[in-house]
Design a protein around this ligand. Structure first.
Ligand code: PMP
Length: 394
């Protein structure tokens, strides 16, 4: 009898279980929000990327409904065939004007935007330098591009410079890739230093603005605006699915870059265009973020309030340094992270345990939203205090 060629899957699953790395989905039974019904119970939601609470905003919902009624459900083809609509271009122009870039291009997801851009920009004779904590879409995009990939220690511009001094001349093009906000740590990339290194060694610089879009900067334009680097030549990639409450991704940059990507990015050319509903919702979100800066102000008030309460009431808690709306509570093992996550959950708080291989060390990841009320944040800190006093966090 030949051996079952799929038997290794069961063995691999068993290994994942043994390491406490097994993941499963949890069903939310309500619209997204600061509180949600999870498995039939109301919980305070610290697990969402909907930082401004726009995913359930009536204006986005109405924009999506109107778009479906006018344009139908699917876009029916790729942008270069039957899928292109006026709405796509309106969204791209709105993004470009917000980010103050010459142009922008929307993709079906942020993940695909990263894959497509890298596949178009570099190949076999080129070098990619990647921060070791970059998101999976950057890492996989780099691998798929076929370029030589070197990972540099997290935010270590000294090592990055040394690597370039040693290797830049061996390659045709060089691309430095970095998250703007590191999604599992909450810290920011050292953008001004990265820009000056890119300039010195003639490298392209790609920043993933997934968690910075509509969160960082005076107008919410992202990490680039936060560091006052607007107008510099940077390839900005982001998602429409987090603070913008919709689905899809974008690349923003020079007109030439966007024109080139329309001709060379496989994950844009060979996939169905973003649906009318998602496009219209994202467009409504961009307009709201521009017109209602108080949403950003409230988000940062909430972040500061949570940090203040933690400082005052939980001084021993090991919080990773953060400059974003993501706060991470460091734990010693995957088992401990799971235990703390469960305790939070049994006390009405949804803040997931994040474990290897997603991150090098296990943690509880807390995402703050503009729509959290003070009482939600106080409840989180009071439950964490109880868990700490029970010695569960060491
Ligand atoms: N980059 C980062 C840093 C992310 O966190 C994510 C989503 N988790 C993505 C890219 C992918 O975005 P999308 O969900 O739109 O595919």
């Amino acid at each position: 009898m030949p051996q079952d060629p799929y038997s290794w899957i069961e063995a691999s699953l068993a290994t994942i279980h043994r390491a406490n790395w097994y993941r499963s989905v949890q069903t939310i039974d309500t619209r997204p929000g600061a509180t949600v019904l999870l498995g039939g119970e109301e919980v305070i939601n610290f697990a969402s990327n909907d930082y401004l609470g726009l995913a359930s905003d009536e204006r986005l919902i109405q924009a999506a409904i109107t778009a479906v009624q006018k344009w139908g459900t699917g876009s029916t083809g790729s942008r270069l065939l039957s899928g292109h609509r006026k709405l796509h271009r309106e969204l791209e122009q709105a993004i470009a004007s917000w980010k103050q870039t010459e142009d922008a291009l929307v993709f079906s997801s942020g993940y695909l935007a990263n894959l497509g851009a890298m596949a178009a920009l570099v190949g076999k004779r080129d070098l990619i330098l990647s921060d070791q904590y970059n998101h999976s879409s950057l890492k996989n995009g780099a691998i798929l591009s076929g370029a030589e990939l070197i990972s540099y220690p997290h935010c270590d511009v000294g090592t990055l410079k040394t690597l370039l001094s040693d290797h830049r001349s061996e390659y045709r093009r060089c691309l430095i890739i970095t998250d703007g906000v590191f999604s599992m740590d909450g810290d920011l990339c050292p953008l001004p230093q990265l820009l000056s290194i890119a300039d010195e060694f003639s490298c392209m610089l790609l920043i993933d603005e997934a968690h910075g879009t509509a969160v960082l900067g005076k107008t919410g334009a992202g990490c680039v605006e936060h560091f006052e680097c607007t107008g510099q030549t940077i390839i900005q990639i982001g998602t429409l699915s987090k603070a913008l409450g919709s689905l899809g991704g974008y690349v923003a940059g020079s007109a030439n870059l966007i024109d080139y990507l329309r001709n060379r990015a496989p994950s844009w050319i060979y996939t169905t265009a973003l649906s009318p509903a998602d496009t219209a919702a994202a467009l409504a979100a961009v307009e709201i973020v521009k017109q209602e800066p108080q949403r950003l102000v409230q988000l940062w008030r909430n972040v500061d309030y949570l940090k203040k309460l933690i400082r005052e009431q939980l001084p021993l808690l090991k919080l990773l340094p953060t400059e974003s709306s993501i706060l991470c509570l460091q734990l010693s093992s995957a088992a401990q992270a799971l235990k703390v996550g469960k305790k939070l959950r049994s006390n009405g708080i949804f803040a997931p345990a994040i474990r290897p291989p997603t991150v090098p060390t296990s943690r509880i990841r807390v995402s703050v939203m503009a729509t959290h009320e003070a009482a939600h944040i106080e409840k989180l800190v009071s439950v964490l205090s109880e868990i700490c006093s029970g010695d569960d966090i060491t």
